[in-house]
Design a protein around this ligand. Structure first.
Ligand code: IMP
Length: 210
């Protein structure tokens, strides 16, 4: 006989507000899992747990960093966890900023300015790039499973749009001729790297819970 549970809780191991917002919104609007999914965040930790939460992202790949973040929180809460490690790969920069996307500069504005400066004078059609997302899920017994998503685009010369976060205003999604900064949240969540990885994760979770 198939047993089902009414709700399933897991923590999101991230302090990036834009990312957490997108993950929660995707789960709320796109989740087809019969069980109620309740995502918890770092804000649900006790003060003592928050002090212990300090993942050091020194991995050499998105997968390694996703695992580092997921393990860091799992060791504190001893409950299911997901972590997304993501970033922007630019072909003319040999894949940079890549796993250093969040550490490329101190703020989103400075990161974008540095990126545009690196690419100035380059022909537009060669400024191909992609966003990558790797999600690591750790279940209550400590099993680790990974889900990947990516989306291709072009880096443009001037930021466009105020939506999203990070490099979104300079990432042109050609099928819609809009930057991710111009897409509405509900549009980005249909095509983004993160939503593709999340879709795979939720499909897995549906089978896993059942
Ligand atoms: P992480 O928290 O170490 O995974 O950092 C990911 C970084 O990559 C973010 O701080 C952003 O700079 C960039 N990034 C990842 N996903 C996105 C996205 O969906 N839009 C824009 N920038 C992103």
């Amino acid at each position: 006989m198939k047993t089902t549970i009414n709700s399933y809780r897991f923590y999101i191991s991230s302090e990036n507000e834009g990312k957490v917002r997108e993950i929660k919104q995707y789960i709320k609007e796109e989740c087809k899992v019969a069980t109620e999914i309740i995502p918890l965040t770092i804000n649900h930790l006790t003060d003592e747990q928050k002090k212990r939460y300090n993942p050091v992202e020194d991995g050499e790949s998105f997968l390694e960093n996703a695992r580092i973040k997921a393990r860091a929180l799992f060791s504190i809460v001893n409950a299911p966890v997901i972590a997304d490690d993501s970033g922007l790969e630019v072909d003319l920069l040999n894949g940079d900023p890549g796993v250093f996307s969040s550490r490329y500069e101190k703020t989103d504005e400075l990161r974008i300015a540095k990126l545009l400066n690196e690419l100035k004078n380059q022909p537009s059609h060669l400024k191909t790039a992609r966003f990558i997302s790797c999600i690591c899920f750790i279940d209550k017994t400590g099993n680790e499973i990974f889900f990947n998503g990516k989306v291709e685009g072009l880096i443009i010369n001037e930021p466009r749009g105020k939506n999203g976060f990070g490099y979104d205003p300079v990432f042109l999604y050609q099928p819609m001729n809009k930057t991710f900064g111009e897409l509405l949240p509900e549009e980005k969540q249909v095509v983004s790297h993160r939503s593709k990885a999340l879709k795979l994760f939720l499909q897995f979770l549906d089978r896993y819970i059942a």
